[in-house]
Design a protein around this ligand. Structure first.
Ligand SMILES: N[C@H](CCC[C@H](N)C(=O)O)C(=O)O
Length: 277
């Protein structure tokens, strides 16, 4: 079948975006992996599928698939690209949109300067909600990686995150510890592994080894999870500038019981068609 797609990115975290608002698209894990493949397909970290809503009072539904073909609950950079996509395609003229995702409702807003602010909802801190196998709800918990023990904070932004504080992100063992944390047995749904360097109380540097995609240039939900972890550990004060390899995000959070607000860019690179088996 002939498939029209839009290539987009949020700070270099890149997406293939499909419009399934008028007709469903039959996406198998194999097809997702092909579209995400940077040598044999189009190439992206995640595939985003925009659909009509399934419940009243909501404008759209948006689904997220990692490059490994698995469908996941949430994507922060993707949420901003989703807003740019539905506006540029004339699917809505609203600037404040209610969109359902696998992990619940989020409310992105297109700002006058072209940036997008997303109410990402409240972080979930109970280990059972991450999910993280633990008999403690301490903010900082040890995690054994073979003969090394690291200290992580487990946070869900709808999707699971394990955040570490490191002295220097450029020297962090992202490509070795990342996969070990991603597939650690204590994270039954696997996990995104964040490595955060605190520059000052309003500024961090962050790298993320993403579940199902590997290290990306930026991770929106990872930035939210890192700021939540930093505030809970009394290392950070809201708002926080999150510097990623792809650029900067602004994250605000007023503490437990309140939503995390993320602001950043969303860019359309090109549109094209591809033949899908
Ligand atoms: N790899 C993530 C999904 C994409 C999240 C990331 N691209 C973002 O911007 O939040 C997961 O498996 O939960």
């Amino acid at each position: 079948m002939r498939l029209r797609f839009t290539k987009m990115h949020g700070l270099g975290n890149d997406f293939v975006v499909l419009d399934a608002t008028r007709a469903p698209i039959d996406l198998t894990p194999e097809r997702v992996r092909f579209l995400a493949d940077r040598h044999f397909g189009v190439g992206c970290d995640q595939l985003l599928v925009v659909e009509a809503p399934t419940q009243p009072g909501v404008d759209f539904r948006y689904r997220i698939f990692n490059a490994d073909g698995g469908e996941v609950e949430q994507c922060g950079n993707g949420a901003r690209c989703f807003v740019r996509f539905v506006h540029d395609r004339g699917l809505t003229d609203k600037t404040h949109i209610r969109v359902e995702t696998q992990s619940g409702l989020i409310e992105p807003r297109l700002e006058a300067d072209g940036q997008v602010t997303v109410d990402m909802g409240e972080p979930r801190l109970d280990p059972d909600d991450v999910p993280f196998d633990s008999d403690s709800d301490a903010v900082v918990q040890p995690l054994s990686l073979g003969d090394v023990r690291v200290l992580i904070t487990a946070v869900s932004m709808g999707n699971p995150h394990a955040v570490q504080v490191v002295a220097d992100v450029d020297a962090a063992l992202v490509t070795t510890q990342g996969p070990s944390i991603e597939t650690h047995a204590r994270f039954p749904a696997r996990v995104n592994a964040g490595f955060m360097q605190v520059v000052d109380e309003h500024h961090i540097r962050l790298r993320v080894w993403e579940r199902g995609a590997g290290e990306t240039l930026a991770c929106g939900t990872g930035a939210c999870a890192a700021v939540v972890a930093g505030i809970l550990r009394e290392l950070l004060v809201s708002p926080v500038q999150v510097e990623t390899r792809g650029g900067a995000l602004s994250i605000a959070w007023d503490g437990p019981g309140t939503p995390v607000l993320m602001t950043g860019p969303a860019v359309t690179v090109f549109e094209a068609e591809i033949e899908l088996d």
